[in-house]
Each structure stands twice: as structure tokens, then as C-alpha cells.
Design a protein. Sequence first.
Length: 207
Amino acid sequence: MARGLFLTFEGGDGSGKSTQSALVTEWLTRQGRTVVHSREPGGTELGVELREIILHRRGYIAPRAEALLYAADRAQNIATVVRPALERGDIVIQDRYLDSSVAYQGAGRVLDPDEVREVSLWATERLLPDLTILLDLDIETGRARLDDARTRYDRLEAEAAEFHHRVREAYLALAEAEPERFLVLDATRPVAELAEAIRHRVSELLA
């Protein structure tokens, strides 16, 4: 059986990752494709517990400890959800993956991005997505969207603007370094336009 397709969504807070991943999941499902939807952190039972620690635990978490918690969540998710689905020939669509760690824990926490990436590659046995959709959005617009959508920020959302600027710059640098893997889209475009652009690229991969 042919290996399935692994698609990941990346971007800053408020960029619309969850909306677009849900739309492409619905589109593929209507075509009769078997789709597995996951997220990081929190794509497994263990991941749900780690997500609560990472995003909502009160008190200080050292940057390296935070990076390792994300890597642990990622290792469990790939081993028990993503890789089995790909081996069945399914399509996996996931909110966030290792690029998030490079951007948030590497650039955001001012750790070595290459070291953070290598930890995740080791944790996942070097599995990379077939396509990463980066929804790029300026920090101010993203924050305004969050303000409209919720009353409580998680630990990372609550970081200062400088942190989020470093994250955005890191994402764009990652996309520039791997243009064949990334599809970069302006997240201020209408939802329907973004969905169409994503469907077009995914159709090319499925052809």
C-alpha cells in the first residue's frame, strides 16, 4: 500500500490554522479520502496531559524543559497516530508540527533553532511533512483576532510582542529555506480564497 500524505499547518496565533485545516479535512472527506486530523500538543491521551502542562501550568518552565515537553508530545503523536495512519495510506492533517518548535522554542525562547529541530527529528525518526501550509499574519492583527475570540490566553499567547515577532521571522526563514515543502499564504485573505489555494496545492500532490 502506498504511503499516505502528511500535511501540517503552521503560523502565529490567530492566523486561522484550525479553520483552514478543518476546511481541507472536510473537502478531502467529501472526496472519499480517509483523513486523520491531529494537533500538537494534544494529539494523544498523553499529549492532552502534556498540553495542559505546557500551555496552562502556572509557574516557570525553563525553555529547554519546554522544548523537551513538546518533543515528548511529538514523539508519542507520531509513533501512535501519524505514522500508523500514513502506513495505512491515509491523509494526515495536523495543526502544528516541528516547525512550531523551531519558531517558538528556538527563536521565541532564544534557544539554538538547529538544536531544537534536531531534537524533534530524533523524536519523530526524522519524519517531515509532504506539505506545510504557513499562514502568515502580522502580530497586531493576530492579537486582535485572539482578543475577539477568547478571554484567556495560554502561556505562549501571553508572551510579549517581541517574542511573537521573533516567531514570525523564524517561520518565514524556514519557508525560505525549504520552498518545496512550504506553501506560504497571506492570512489576511478571505477564508474562501485561502481554502481554494490550499485545495489547489493539495490536489497537485494527490494527482
